[in-house]
Design a protein around this ligand. Sequence first.
Ligand code: PLP
Length: 393
Amino acid sequence: MTLKEMDQTYVLPTYARNYVHFVRGENSMLYDADGNDYVDFGSGIAVCSVGHGNPRLADAICDQAKKLIHTSNLYLIEPQARLAKRLAELSGYDVQTFFANSGAEANEGAIKIARRYGEVEGEVKRYKIITLEHSFHGRTITALKATGQEAMHTYFGPFPDGFVYARDIDHVYDLIDDHTVAVMIELVQGEGGVQPMEKEAVRRLSEALKKQDILLIVDEVQTGIYRTGEVLASNLYEITPDIVTLAKGLGGGVPIGAIMTTHKGILKAGDHGSTFGGNFLSTRAALEVLDILEGHKESGELDHMMLLFEERLKSIAAAHPELFEKEVGVGFMRGLRVKEGRDASEIINAAFKERVVVLKAGKNTVRFLPVLTITKEEMDLGFERFETALASL
Ligand SMILES: *Cc1c(COP(=O)(O)O)cnc(C)c1O
């Protein structure tokens, strides 16, 4: 039985898999079992923030695994306390953090905090949460319902009540009523097609919500941890959300989610919990990731490479008006919007043949989420291959 047959026989077929067999990686490079090298412009969907095979992260994980991996949240967990402190310091927000294991789970917790807030603050019980069309908040039943894409609500019902969808930020105001307790948004929609929100509109919304005692939840599962150039996209947008959720890039590939909130007194002992969340292994990994990325940001290297990456994408978009409408995105969360009548998948497949990994977002966007520690050489090689792929179309 081949590995592919094994996968198809024993693994539930929930993914439309490409059966390339990657066996190791080095920063932006991936290597398959036949020794072919690929430039990874996807970083495991914004997860491998410090690159593949990062020796500092590997050493931290290895060292921690030899000491303690898990004891449960019944006892003090040193790296968890240190990570919560680091997240507060790096973000600049006066927050406490709860640790989960994924983005969907972090969003579930954020929704619970908001619902609890709606129960204890104000005269009437408030429970309604407004999210945006084309958003993506995860795959659990509640996170699916929070996701503003009707196609996601076809099966698996009945769903929890209390979610309404705004067409855009300006439409949020029309949906607010006495039962509204929170608004949940991504500052740059990722899965929805690499769509940054307008800064002024976000700032206006943030202020308006504060006046009405409605919580602003920012889903930073994809935008968080330097993906947009700042620790959080909320820092870039210069807002102070009530709740921020994190996951993807935080552990560099080790599963971890986080909910940061300024409302420290809302959840009490017993209100929420997780068996694995915040254990020694994942929080130690995240501490190392933050150390690596903080240094990368402070040296100026992160901003420099982001600028170069943006310039390359802009010139590719300009050189191929027959394929692309424009370049979109922020920092290392970027895309090429594909022309009407052309197919993003066709471009992604051609790129893969040239051994450069790019992703799809929304219906018509070729998405680029490079590792945050990408080097100039890796970038040049990746774009050289991408250009070859485009020329083949
Ligand atoms: C990926 C993603 C999620 C879901 O994260 P999982 O870890 O897959 O549960 C939620 N929100 C956003 C914005 C995401 O990009």
